[in-house]
Design a protein. Sequence first.
Lengths: 111, 115
Amino acid sequence: GQQVMQIPQYQHVQEGEDFTTYCNSSTTLSNIQWYKQRPGGHPVFLIQLVKSGEVKKQKRLTFQFGEAKKNSSLHITATQTTDVGTYFCAGRYSGTYKYIFGTGTRLKVLA
Amino acid sequence: AAGVIQSPRHLIKEKRETATLKCYPIPRHDTVYWYQQGPGQDPQFLISFYEKMQSDKGSIPDRFSAQQFSDYHSELNMSSLELGDSALYFCASSLGLAGEDYEQYFGPGTRLTVT
């Protein structure tokens, strides 16, 4: 079935360390979106990737979409305490009009 | 800037009761998505609408129904509530159908507690 797996489930890092979360789908995605959800908050859109092999950067955040459009990653350089939250990927499959969220990676940054 | 509005923000119901959740999308947004998020879980897609027509359906129980009205607001109707329906319900809106790849703007959510 259509399922998006995300690892790791949890990540604790020291402030200033890097962080990466990975999303994987067993079948090709049409596009993938990334969201951040702070504790007690709602998901907030970060980026969308559409093209095979696409790489996008937002300040300390780097997003990649795999060549086969089955996997994606989010890398944060030099984490800050403001990066705390759960990061979700959400993929859409061709011919559908719904987004399947990954299981999320909860990031904790230790000052 | 205007955001997605959801009401009520909190709702407490008893088992077998009915609940109606409302969502008011960002002005000019014509697509609405409903998600259910349990504690520590990822948002689970329930149903979506584009231009007042259902565009896709996910793991939505038959006890639930939803629609999008002429002013683009949407309502999620939940009947015969069960304890397992307790969750945070998010509505998200976007501009255009998902196939056109627009970002989703999430509302603050409605926390439903079934006792």
